[in-house]
Design a protein around this ligand. Sequence first.
Ligand SMILES: [Zn+2]
Length: 499
Amino acid sequence: MFLAFLAPVSAQTDSTAVRYAATITQADLRMLLDTLASDAYEGRETGMKGGKMAAKYITDRFRSYGIPPVPDARTRGMMADGYRQQFPLVLTKAGGLALKVDGKEQLFMRDQFYFTEKLKQHLKASEVMLLTPVTAGGTRLGGGSKVVMLLDPGKPEASLIADLRPLSEMLAGTGTEVLLLVNDSAESMMRRYGRLIERSEMRLGQPVKKAAKAGVQVVVITPELARIILDQGRLSMKKAMKMAAKKRVVVKVPIEFTYKSLDEQLSAENVLGYVEGSDKKGELVVVTAHYDHLGVIDGEVYNGADDDGSGTVAVLEMAQAFAKAKADGHGPRRSMLFMAVSGEEKGLLGSEWYTDNPVFPLDSTIANLNIDMIGRVDTVHGDSSSYVYVIGSKRISNELGGIIEAQNATHTQLDLDYTFDADSDPNRFYYRSDHYNFAKHGVPVAFFFNGVHADYHGPYDEVDKIRFDLLRQRALLVFHTAWELANRDARPAVDDPPE
Ligand SMILES: [Zn+2]
């Protein structure tokens, strides 16, 4: 009796889900990916033209599916169109800190270099205090001078780099603002690491809840530049090292730092397709994939068909299926947010911005299902294998992990591979895609992934290598999980809130 009573209800829900799952087709996935992963989109780099084009394309798709704009978009921190959440970016470029000794310019990447710019103001000093490895031990720092020079020219490169941070931390609070490190291999380091040192880096523009960390500016200088400074005190390197090992030695020399920012202000957008729920619409299931990729490098377009064009088109197809279901009177009980995020390749920036500035409250966000690469097979699994790696699905809510397994058993029969879910996994994939920003706020997450392959982050991650049969099957697993999460009575229990 009991079963007879239950069976028709679940069969009904289930057959409805299956009906809308059928709208997710290989042909549609291919059509969408053919566009997004084409050269015209220039590798969809965050903040760049191709990235903006992709954001517009995704917005247009959501609109075409009949998904209305997010209500009250402006008051929720979104753009007026109701689809895009813009976030500010800074493209930082080193080299903005100029150095003059005794009135003479000492050039970045010729006479001196540094890895991070901490001194973001002008600084004038009339003396340089000398330190040696002995005095730098911390016992006889003395302090009081704004500029300090550490005389340790023979220090091996590796330990020089390893000591940068501890040294600057040791000097913090002593009144010292700049630490000059003399090193014999300064020039060869500039030659070898030039690209890395001068590389632009992208960061969030106004990191919420994160104060800018000031500290001691470390500048590596050539022995020639050190000599110019020491000459002012009529000291040789050898003599200076001997003296400074015993007592506080100060060289009178006019030294000046001028800061002029080379940073560029940019912006990028997360694109949101919101399908409002019915009786539980205050609660939300978020399905994410990052639409950004690496852009154009050395003239080659990095199309990122798998990374993460595959996840992006899966999210679009799912959004369409839920929107269609709703239009037919089968809308979800909870609200669904289909979000294509940007800035992932630059350090999960878009999802960090969203979770720090959530458009919908995180405490009523019951789960985040994140897709990052589901269109290929990796080197571990053969071509005949139907698998997907599932990561993090039981870490915050064991129940969520169980729901995914149940949906898979009923609908998709994929081999669920938990290899990368192990805490001991050296790849640390759990921390490397957008779900992690939800997880760190205590939202139950699951990350769906095909593993890496030879074309990962390479220029040949192209549409013609995508296995659309597998892409669809994996998307269906996420779809059925999302459908179940949106419609079941209770949200998945959180059993392990993060510290
Ligand atoms: Zn990715």
